[in-house]
Design a protein around this ligand. Structure first.
Ligand code: AMP
Length: 280
């Protein structure tokens, strides 16, 4: 694995590989890597000649400074995992390398209604930060294929929109959610849960499963979300949202409407905010 810290060096090196006909896959991350991230590396390696992973804790996407300050950093372990997975390139920039002009007064993207629902509503500015960093990383790497996880379902939709708005040629692949054996979605933030919170955290998966079963049985959206919220609160969660939405627009559904549906949850266990989702 080759490590690059400077954007210009990476761009220069990758352009030479592309000129030689090699395709480039890109897996952007915030680090604190787990098997969910590695599954994206595996998919990228199966589809492209060169796989680039970035580790960059992007300050502009953290609407909560405490979350940014406490974001786990496990660089040595990350490097070992990436090497073992056969990653070709690790991009490890600092803030100045990604934002040479600083992180204030940055551009704004028109994300439409996506920005005012779910994560957009509860984390104001978050998706602008995601777009600001993704635009820069995509400009540096210029991947043929971009691999992101459906765990961050709305983020995939936002990035798809960014690709369209900015007319970027990369193809986005939305990859499956990897879960722990008991069902909890893998997340870097899980490492911040104490054993009691870790046990409570499973309620998110149970709530999603309950919604899925109830949905198939024709139970109303109101009843499904009320039951799921109660289950989460009984496991000491503070709920931001439990929502059943049209999977293509993320607008709330009031009942089966022939649309593809998805259930999404965001909730705090202590001060750790977890998200998960399940297609219905
Ligand atoms: P993060 O480091 O949390 O920004 O995640 C980097 C990428 O890994 C994003 O595209 C996430 O959606 C994806 N990812 C995170 N957790 C999982 C998971 N459990 N399964 C699959 N992909 C994931």
């Amino acid at each position: 694995m080759i490590l690059f810290k400077k954007a210009a060096d990476l761009t220069h090196w990758l352009r030479r590989q592309q000129a030689a006909g090699l395709t480039i896959g890109f897996v952007p991350t915030l680090g604190a890597l787990h098997q969910g991230h590695i599954s994206l590396i595996d998919i990228s390696r199966s589809k492209t000649a060169l796989t680039v992973c970035s580790i960059f804790i992007n300050p502009t996407q953290f609407n909560d400074p405490a979350d940014f300050a406490k974001y786990p950093v496990t660089l040595e372990k990350d490097i070992a995992l990436l090497e073992k997975a056969g990653t070709d390139i690790l991009f490890l920039p600092d803030v100045t390398s990604v934002y040479p002009g600083g992180t204030t007064k940055l551009e704004k993207y028109d994300l439409g209604p996506l920005e005012s629902v779910l994560e957009g509503k509860y984390r104001p500015g978050h998706f602008q930060g995601v777009c600001q960093v993704m635009y820069r990383l995509l400009d540096i790497v210029r991947p043929d294929d971009l691999f992101m996880g459906r765990k961050d379902y709305q983020q995939c939709m936002v990035v798809q929109r960014l690709l369209a708005i900015m007319d970027l040629p990369s193809t986005l692949h939305r990859c499956p959610i990897l879960r722990e054996p008991d069902g909890l979605a893998m997340s870097s933030r899980n490492t911040r849960l104490d054993p009691t919170q870790r046990a409570n955290a499973l309620a998110i998966y149970r709530a999603l499963q309950g919604i899925k079963e109830g949905w198939s049985a024709g139970i109303s959206v109101d009843q499904l979300t009320t039951t799921a919220t109660a289950l989460l609160e009984a496991a000491a969660f503070r709920v931001d949202y439990v929502s059943i939405c049209d999977a293509t627009t993320l607008q709330p559904l009031s009942g089966p409407a022939g649309a593809e549906a998805i259930a999404l949850i965001a909730a705090f266990q202590g001060n750790v905010r977890l998200i998960d989702n399940m297609p219905l």
